[in-house]
Design a protein around this ligand. Sequence first.
Ligand SMILES: [Zn+2]
Length: 375
Amino acid sequence: MSKGIFPLKGAVQHYAWGGDTFIPSLLGIDNASSTPFAEYWLGVHHRGAAQIKQQDKWINLDQLTSLPFLLKILDVNRMLSIQSHPSKAQAEIGFQQENEKGIPLDASHRVFKDDNHKPELMVALSDFWLLHGFRSLDQIKQVCHNIPAFQVLESHITDIPSFYSYLMNLDTDSCDAILNELSNYLQTLDVSDKNEPHHWAAKAFDQYGNDKGIFSIYFYNLVHLKKGEAIYQEAGIPHAYLQGQNVEIMANSDNVFRAGLTPKHIDIDLLLSHLDFTPIVPTVIQAQKHNSSLSVYKSPAKEFEVHHIALKAKQQLTLNSTSPECCFCMGGEVTITSEGQKMTCSKGTSFFVEAGVSYALSSVAECSLYRAIVP
Ligand SMILES: [Zn+2]
């Protein structure tokens, strides 16, 4: 492939939890049938590789290059499963063990789909709610004390790992008794406040019925991100996206431990042995200004870094790619020039840059771009 910059086209994932307006309007797609558009992928993942345009032909990006990251736009309408991801070392061991057991890669009870970790960073494009990591033991005790249905749990709270293990292993009758009482209790309350766990528990009952994941809504931190704020999912930290739109970037992996709010397979023992029970206060990541038009979202991940580029009309910015890059235009219009190449990118369109290319952005109209690189 000749060095340069290429128009890039992503792959849409129509998962049922997706909204039906945000991504279609971003991409300029008519969605009269109200099909859910959950995710838009820019990367080389085998379930949805992006394409680049070379000499008027669209070619799968994975045929031409590899990328350690997958950049996505998400529109979360209905809450996603509670999950965590393994560390790199855990993934290597788990993948090998499941291979040795002869569990097919596509089996519903297969947990390790590959031998990679899956650090994730998301930048909110709207108000965004998610669950992230365990609350403190004192907070968990307080919640159980305050909610009548949970008072039966109070005597089981010694430490977080054993309490959570107790919850996840509750038999169906005991679990139903507690959750039925909680569900009745919620019906007596105003649950409209999205910054209260009750709101999401009521929604979860509607969506999943008596699901053990509903406990986690109360015992994990409920985080409300404002537009432009970001959060990072370290290995082992349980999390669940609840509602909103975001830009998400992750290492290439499908390794997910599920812990509820899902019809999919949950391996409780495997989950418990890989979960980080340390209580945390969520770290909200703010973009760091690199210059007047480019800001950086820092995270510990070695596979990716996300930049936000905001240009006023008729503004210029020169960039050098030190790795392959994917850029997505959220709004406005920008001209990209590099050694004899010139193209225009507007709302909903993307471009791919090879490593070692110097290029200039020149905004036609005020524009906003997300840029993914390998740091
Ligand atoms: Zn995740």
